[in-house]
Design a binder for this molecule. Structure first.
Ligand code: AMP
Ligand code: FE
Ligand code: FE
Ligand code: ZN
Length: 281
């Protein structure tokens, strides 16, 4: 059983449509794939339909932008009720501010001598429901300012750089409450991957556990061997389930091929049991 629980489509900052992504998952030999676009559930229907045709089990998910102790933290949610009004309203609010932020980012870049219009970003983001910094990066590549997304982040879009503008995000604790209110399961994405490490030490994770956190994504490309070992220990101490996933973005992120990390079948069973309310919390 090969299970990949973290991927992105053109609904957010990936480059495969949801249907293409599911077919690519089948070709990569995956048995289960979750679509976890940033702050949007829009890809579920197309992915679900495509999965029926190619023998892959599709899981609807979402990667929610949250904030913990002043830093961005990504929360993966699975099995949420897509009709839940409170969760839906919060995701709407986050996405709306992504569009507002887009104008603030392009204004900042333009003022810094790298003119780019929000229309030039939407030209590359196409039908995306969640617009993000990777789309700004794509527009900057098209304008010849940078060679790739990585360079755009390092020079312009990462925290502390001239094109960095924060966006609205609920606290991680609030997001956990919404996820559980919608019947879902909450797993911290790449907790020690980038800036979030500073605010997600063992004590902090114990606090989130008390607030209902269900698991942590341990096997992720941004975690080296030592980090994975330490995170696994924390998960064990706190009774959190452990996932592994690719964080696939199509051609938008190199080194994140489908199935590059996977979730152990027994952890997947645990996650499913929690969603069905038989696993205890
Ligand atoms: P946003 O959600 O708009 O703030 O953008 C964050 C997204 O940008 C992440 O989910 C990644 O997909 C991507 N990203 C963040 N840092 C980098 C980086 N250094 N290089 C390439 N992509 C990145
Ligand atoms: Fe992303
Ligand atoms: Fe993430
Ligand atoms: Zn992701």
């Amino acid at each position: 059983m090969r299970i990949d629980l973290h991927t992105h489509s053109t609904v957010s900052d990936g480059t495969d449509t949801p249907a293409e992504l599911v077919r690519a998952a089948a070709s990569a030999g995956l048995d289960v794939v979750a679509l976890t676009d940033h702050d949007s559930l829009e890809g579920w229907d197309d992915a679900h339909e495509a999965a029926a045709g190619c023998g892959v089990e599709f899981v609807g998910g979402v990667e929610i932008s949250t904030e913990h102790l002043g830093r961005g933290v990504h929360l993966l949610a699975y099995f949420v009720d897509r009709a839940d009004p409170a969760l839906g309203a919060e995701l709407d609010r986050i996405r709306a501010d992504r569009w507002g932020r887009l104008h603030r980012i392009t204004a900042a870049l333009t003022a810094a001598g790298y003119p780019v219009g929000a229309d030039e970003v939407t030209a590359v983001s196409g039908t995306a429901s969640s617009v993000g910094r990777p789309h700004v990066a794509d527009a900057m590549i098209a304008k010849g300012y940078v060679a790739d997304r990585e360079q755009a982040f390092t020079r312009f879009l990462s925290e502390g750089r001239v094109g960095y503008v924060p966006k609205y995000a609920p606290s991680t604790v609030t997001a956990l409450r919404l996820v559980h209110g919608a019947g879902g399961v909450g797993v911290l994405a790449h907790p020690w991957g980038r800036g979030s490490r500073r605010v997600l030490g063992a004590a902090s994770m114990a606090g989130l556990r008390a607030a209902g956190l269900d698991g942590i994504e341990v096997d992720h490309q941004n975690h080296d061997r030592i980090v994975r070992r330490d995170l696994r220990r924390i998960a064990e101490d706190l009774g959190l389930l452990v996932t592994g996933a690719s964080d696939y973005h199509g051609t938008g992120k190199t080194g994140h091929d489908l199935g590059v990390n996977t979730t152990a079948p027994e952890q997947w069973e645990r996650l499913r049991a929690l969603a069905m309310g038989v696993g205890g919390r």
